[in-house]
Design a protein around this ligand. Structure first.
Ligand code: F6P
Length: 561
């Protein structure tokens, strides 16, 4: 195991510390004095146009940040990841989500720990495509012979967020099949998502890397009960297999699974022939390009899914081969380090100007915070600096009417990424005006206001006087990155997601973190299993709880109808 480099001991860190101490943010002045700033700090990354010019950096700071990436070995570790080295140290595994999107026939073939990775990836992709073709054409039917109309993905975390986010994001590319997503063990989720569905035309995908996750297995059993009850009511199956089909037939026609644990899939009662596998080197939050994306192949078709993968791959190639000084994910990761470690930022907003990206921030929260919310490094030693900022966001313009006030005039530094698309999914006109144009005007206005603000003199020049002047003044120098793309297509979305994956990677390497484990979710899971008997009335389990938990259990018992 290589010892992580302590970033705070690098010469670049010392340089950056001094630069931060001397920093006098002046985006107005920097733009006025430097006509080449926008060009120098704008980059084309496949279909993405990325403008970093409204960040609180100058050439000297960018130079020192790039040296920090050099001195902490970001490029070398990415190369090690691509080669299949076991950079997931605590689980002793390679990290190969990038292999999921290598095009067919890539040379030389990737072989890791004796596994023919490319061959296995393509085999599963082909199986997913063939299955999707059968379902989409109506050849695959429910137990009563009706074609599938709705696919319900049951999964949580990485087995839910990616497919759910992309399903919404690419809605205009969808065909006849509707996709729904059940994740929460709160019974409302399954009850709500199955509402109005016809069991005869519903297909469930149980998506779980481990096939041990409490929420997913509970929901899968509830879904199976819902299916059996519905089919029995319709006279399609008998309670003991005496109808036109058996319960087993119903499961065989209405349940498929996605997992690395195919033995557990079989134990649940799903035919392994109806299961799609992947491998332990795919982290949950990096798994949407694996069979975990099955719901997407069903909804959007194999061609669109391949387009999505192609988008991811383009950015993987960029990350692997572009010099650090113009490597967009590396630069964006470095900016995050700059704000987090040198300017004291605690959070980072991601603000897509596309309603279809309503789940993008939730997706990024798992990607970034489960990856980099860590206090020890990959060799078990403590981190030497702050890690893992809080990611959050909502689509514009909704956010403008909610929390942007704090972005503009609050006391906190919150770097923000603004994402927009030149062409809308739906072009509508309002009284002859292109509504998308108005939307884009808002996207442009916000980053402008955040960067350049409004001085007291400008406020006064409008006739404002007294205490109102301060209230109406905008300090500016609030950093933003603008990401613009022609349209939200499968390929562009793949590029965008891969961009954030590699931003996360860059930060993880600089901090010396293993971004690919998630031990921090274990304790809560263990305790929930210990507390469950207490909730159900077990006195010994109740007595073993702390005073606060016991009091909350008392409240629950006295209020549960
Ligand atoms: O929340 C922890 C976690 O392990 C995530 O990393 C993962 O994406 C999620 O649970 C679901 O796990 P599984 O796919 O094994 O059901």
């Amino acid at each position: 195991m290589t010892t992580p480099i302590d970033p705070t001991a690098t010469p670049a860190w010392t340089e950056l510390t001094a630069l931060a101490a001397d920093l006098k943010p002046d985006l107005r002045g920097w733009f006025a004095d430097d006509p080449g700033r926008v060009e120098r700090l704008s980059f084309e990354l496949a279909d993405l146009h990325v403008d970093l010019s409204k960040n609180l950096v100058d050439d000297e700071i960018v130079g020192a940040l790039v040296r920090l990436a050099e001195q902490t070995g970001v490029a070398e570790r990415f190369a090690a990841m691509l080669r299949g080295e076991h950079i997931n140290t605590t689980e002793d595994r390679p990290v190969l989500h990038t292999a999921l999107r290598r095009p067919p026939g890539s040379e030389p073939p990737l072989v890791v720990d004796g596994q023919q990775v490319d061959r296995d990836v393509q085999q599963v992709l082909d199986a997913m495509s063939a299955f999707a073709d059968r379902v989409r054409s109506g050849e695959w039917t429910g137990v009563t012979g009706k074609p599938v109309k709705t696919v319900v993905n049951i999964g949580i975390g990485g087995s839910d967020l990616g497919p759910a986010m992309i399903s919404a994001a690419l809605e205009p590319f969808g065909g006849e099949i509707e996709a729904r997503f059940v994740s929460n063990i709160d019974p409302f989720d399954l009850a709500h998502k199955t509402k109005g569905l016809d069991p005869e035309t519903t297909l469930f995908i149980v998506a779980s890397k481990t096939f041990t996750t409490l929420e997913t297995l509970t929901n899968a059993r509830l879904a199976r009960d819902w299916l059996w009850a519905g089919l029995e009511k319709a006279g399609a199956i008998g309670p003991t297999g005496s109808g036109t089909g058996s319960k087993e037939d119903a499961v065989a026609h209405h349940f498929v699974a996605v997992s690395t644990a195919l033995d557990k899939v079989e134990a649940f009662g799903i035919d392994p022939a109806n299961a799609f596998g992947f491998w332990d080197w795919v982290g949950g939050r990096y798994s949407v390009c694996s069979a975990i994306g099955l719901s997407l192949v069903l909804k959007f078709g194999p061609k669109n899914f391949r387009e999505l993968l192609a988008g991811f791959h383009t950015v993987d190639e960029h990350m692997a081969s572009t010099p650090l000084a113009s490597n967009v994910p590396v630069l964006m990761g470095l900016l995050n380090v700059w704000y987090t470690n040198f300017l004291g930022a605690q959070s980072h907003a991601v603000l897509p100007y596309a309603q279809q990206l309503s789940r993008f921030a939730a997706y990024l929260q798992q990607l970034t915070m489960e990856s980099n919310g860590k206090r020890v490094r990959w060799d078990g030693s403590p981190v030497t600096t702050e890690t893992g900022e809080i990611f959050w966001g909502e689509p514009g313009t909704n956010g403008q009417h909610a929390f942007y006030q704090l972005l503009h005039q609050g006391t906190r530094l919150i770097p923000a990424d603004f994402i927009a698309f030149a062409n809308p999914a739906y072009a509508l006109e309002d009284d002859g005006r292109d509504v998308h144009g108005l939307f884009i005007a808002n996207f442009l206005a916000q980053t402008k206001a955040l960067a350049f603000g409004k001085t007291a003199e400008e406020v006064e020049a409008e006739g404002t006087t007294g205490a109102l002047v301060a209230a109406r003044t905008f300090p500016g120098n609030r950093p933003t990155t603008s990401i613009f793309a022609p349209a939200l297509t499968p390929r562009v979305l793949g590029e965008l997601i891969a961009l954030y994956e590699h931003i996360t990677f860059t930060q993880g390497v600089i901090w010396g973190i293993n971004s690919f484990d998630q031990w921090g979710v274990e304790l809560g899971k263990q305790l929930a299993l210990q507390i469950a008997p207490a909730v159900e009335g077990d006195t010994a389990a109740y007595d073993s709880q702390d005073a606060s938990t016991r009091a909350l259990l008392d409240y629950y018992k006295s209020h549960r109808a």
